[in-house]
Design a protein around this ligand. Structure first.
Ligand SMILES: Nc1nc2c(ncn2[C@@H]2O[C@H](COP(=O)(O)OP(=O)(O)OP(=O)(O)O)[C@@H](O)[C@H]2O)c(=O)[nH]1
Ligand SMILES: [Zn+2]
Length: 299
């Protein structure tokens, strides 16, 4: 048995795949631990030429979560950047976009939006209007067409990926896989390899995986995660929540009560900003909903 370090490049249930200096190792945790995430750097003990046990996780720079009432689910570790993929069609859910932005802020990760399928001109104007509030909050919106102009999509996104560890998230059908295939030409082969190693069954893409992008510079990587319809944030505490709303920042500390929850309190600076149109109702409503969720946590 020999000890070594690796990077977790895929996770499926309690099965992980690590890259240790180019060797792909199937890994399991000790006991029933499921606290490992794609992007984690880990200490490994080899148990066979292509298998290992995870003995420890290196300190994380960042950790992105989702959670429901009962448990939290690690999405990825050590990210510097989150891309939310939306499209002109099918329509996207504002709720998911907003929640993803809050999750990124809470984790200390830069967030950007990608508007894909700009070739669908019929709904382009309307979609741009829907994205304007996010741009106004300071989140960049990058317009691409993975199918209509793949070279432009790569030219737009590659510089943003250089030197960063990024994740693409989005609802099903937005074109996430199409973008990954442009940015990672061998993605299909890698998925087949990972799928075989993790024994996930032939056609599943329901696992999170990391692709290294050495041609974009050291440390560049991109994580593809399965499409999802919900983004629970039950794990965020009240204090974390108010700070994760970047539009609240100018008003925090200005309320009459130091422990103001910005819901119904008198002389609340956040509520005043909502009344004056400086914070949108949509954002404040989401904040109220997330505050409610954070009070329901059972773990
Ligand atoms: N018109 C147009 N269609 C696109 C574009 N990019 C992707 N599509 C189409 O949109 C559909 C969904 O694309 P995928 O790349 O599979 O989307 P996804 O987000 O990975 O979806 P899931 O695999 O369900 O998670 C496919 O039919 C693509 O061909 C684009 O730029 N323009
Ligand atoms: Zn307040």
């Amino acid at each position: 048995m020999s000890a070594l370090t690796g990077l977790i490049i895929a996770a499926h249930g309690r099965h992980y795949l690590a890259d240790a200096d180019g060797a792909k190792l199937q890994c399991v945790t000790r006991g029933k631990k499921t606290n490992v995430a794609v992007g984690d750097r880990v200490k490994l003990t080899l148990t066979s030429p292509d298998q290992a046990v995870i003995d420890g996780i290196d300190e994380r720079q960042t950790l992105l979560y989702r959670s429901d009432q009962y448990k939290s689910k690690l999405l990825a570790a050590n990210l510097s950047q989150l891309f939310i993929v939306v499209a002109t069609e099918p329509g996207f859910a504002d709720d998911l976009v907003s929640r993803s932005l809050v999750a990124a802020e809470a984790a200390g990760i830069t967030a950007r939006l990608i508007l894909n399928k700009t070739d669908v001109t019929a709904s382009l104007g309307k979609t741009r209007e829907r994205l304007a509030p996010y741009a106004a909050l300071g989140y960049p919106v990058h317009e691409v067409s993975a199918k209509g102009d793949p070279a432009h999509a790569v030219a737009t996104l590659a510089p943003l990926l250089a030197g960063q560890s990024s994740i693409l998230i989005g609802q099903s059908g937005m074109g996430k896989s199409s973008l990954i295939n442009l940015l990672v030409p061998d993605a299909d082969i890698a998925v087949r390899e990972i799928s075989a190693a993790l024994d996930t069954g032939k056609h599943t893409t329901t696992f999170t995986r990391l692709y290294q992008l050495p041609e974009l510079g050291a440390g560049s990587s991109i994580i593809d995660s399965p499409g999802f319809q919900e983004f629970g944030l039950y794990h965020l505490s009240e204090g974390m929540l108010e700070r994760a709303f970047v539009d609240f920042a100018p008003y925090l500390g200005q309320c009459k009560f130091y422990n103001c929850r910005h819901l119904i309190e008198p002389q609340c600076a956040v509520l005043s900003a909502v009344a004056e149109g400086k914070i949108t109702r949509m954002r404040h409503t989401l904040y109220g909903q997330l505050l409610h969720e954070s009070a329901q946590t059972l773990y």
